[in-house]
Design a binder for this molecule. Structure first.
Ligand code: LLP
Length: 420
């Protein structure tokens, strides 16, 4: 998190003290460092440049238009999973020819829009989906390029809710059935088979599962080529993990990952596609929050924040760890152990338990680190808490890139029927 550091006793995002943002925008608020997004993307792009690869940033990780526009300006493509994400990617200026469309349940309407936009590739997950895409492409008098997402049946570790590459997961086509599906695809006039796709999970902390899945899938590529398919692209999906806990996590870097891929795909004449999400956005953002109250209980001390599970769902959903730091650099060694919670009326609204922090008081600011991916995008308005805003920092400046709706904005979407 080198873009979030104490300077003169104040935690800053690049050159901007977080306390200034809290004052100007209020809390809770997500804050992203432009330099971190840029660095993370470029690290990935550089490490894979010699493979002629496409970095299709996984929009679901952080889909703010400003974030996408920045990545577009750096040459990124996009991995989208809905018509809404497609629209965002296009509006941000990502070239349609760099967009892949993933997801297990694309609608006809979404397919049609993506065909018309001229996206690079559909990642197809089932025969019924293939047939619908063929219909839509034929109706538009064109063909749609596809890769079949194969399910390599490897265990990627990590949290069960974000593991996708096992036979019992809903994703992809079992690798043993893939050749038949490709045969079927070849006979469909609206379909052009171009590649093979996989995505085995997220927050994967070792290269072993990627390698196991890749080797299985490369065997399939050889089989498919023997069957006469012109397989030109290979989509590795996303999944590379990031450091959430500086004290514990040891993770492969993007360069390690690319070296492994390069070693095994050398000479195969495949255009490689990568769909990183978390590795680009995760450590580029924090959630800034203010302490409402410090509540000293008999069993625990609670730090009650103004951020809640509706703003950052990861701890409640996956038991995820986020490092938490005070915004004012502690001057004394005195610490206290807290359970750090939000104001939502559920015990699950807990960000951390037994966390040792400098002694805090009501009104202090804290940040949750590594919140740039799957933070704001998973936020909701539970307890009628307005959607958390987002801010982008660049050097010494910052801008609000999503405003906090006021209560009127929320309530005007609802109506009471006049027959009630
Ligand atoms: N490609 C596909 C097809 C995906 O489904 C995903 C993530 C990615 C790429 C990007 O994966 P990444 O590089 O970010 O690991 N909400 C969860 C994570 C869900 C991931 C879903 N798919 C969390 O907060 O940990």
């Amino acid at each position: 998190m080198q873009y979030f550091q104490y300077r003169c006793g104040q935690l800053c995002a690049q050159g901007v003290p977080l306390a200034h943002i809290a004052q100007a925008v209020g809390t809770p608020v997500y804050i992203y460092a432009e330099a971190a997004l840029r660095h993370n993307y470029q690290t990935f792009a550089k490490a894979s440049a010699d493979m002629g690869s496409l970095i299709a940033y996984s929009v679901k990780a952080n889909s703010n238009l400003a974030v996408l526009s920045l990545l577009a300006s750096l040459g990124a493509g996009a991995d989208v999973v809905s018509g809404g994400e497609l629209e965002r990617a296009l509006r941000a200026g990502i070239a349609p020819g760099k967009i892949v469309f993933s997801g297990v349940g694309k609608s006809r309407d979404e397919m049609r829009k993506a065909i018309i936009a001229g996206i690079y590739q559909f990642n197809i997950e089932s025969v019924p989906e293939l047939i619908v895409l063929n219909d839509e492409a034929c109706a538009l008098n064109t063909t749609a390029s596809i890769a079949l997402r194969i399910n390599p049946d490897v265990s990627a570790g990590g949290h069960e809710k974000i593991s996708t590459g096992k036979a019992e997961n809903k994703f992809g086509v079992n690798i043993d059935l893939a050749r038949d599906v490709y045969k079927h695809a070849r006979d469909l006039p609206g379909i052009e088979v171009t590649g093979v796709d996989m995505h085995i999970g997220s927050q994967i902390d070792s290269l072993a599962p990627f390698k196991a899945a890749l080797l299985k899938a490369l065997d399939l590529v050889q089989d498919l080529r023997r069957d006469g398919h012109d397989i030109r692209t290979f989509d590795m999906g996303g999944g590379l993990g990031i450091v959430y806990n500086q004290d514990e996590d040891i993770l492969p870097t993007a360069a390690d990952y690319m070296d492994m891929v390069r070693r095994h795909t050398k000479g195969l004449d495949l255009k490689m596609i990568f769909e990183p999400g978390r590795a680009i956005a995760g450590n580029a953002g924090v959630l800034l929050s203010r302490v409402h109250y410090v509540k000293h209980g008999t069993a625990r001390n609670f730090l009650i924040l103004d951020a809640a599970m509706n703003d950052l769902a990861r701890p409640a959903l996956y038991g995820a760890y986020h490092a938490i730091m005070p915004v004012i650099e502690p001057v004394s060694d005195q610490t206290e152990t807290y359970d750090i919670v939000g104001p939502v009326c559920e015990t699950g609204d807990t960000f951390a338990t037994h966390r040792r922090l400098s002694v805090m008081k009501g009104g202090d600011l804290v940040v949750m680190l590594s919140a740039g991916a799957y933070g704001a995008v998973q936020a909701g308005q539970y307890n009628t808490r307005p959607l958390v805003p987002e801010v982008l920092v660049k050097d010494n400046q910052f801008s609000v890139i999503r405003t906090r709706p006021d209560l009127e904005d929320i309530l005007k979407l609802e109506s009471v029927p006049d027959w009630l």
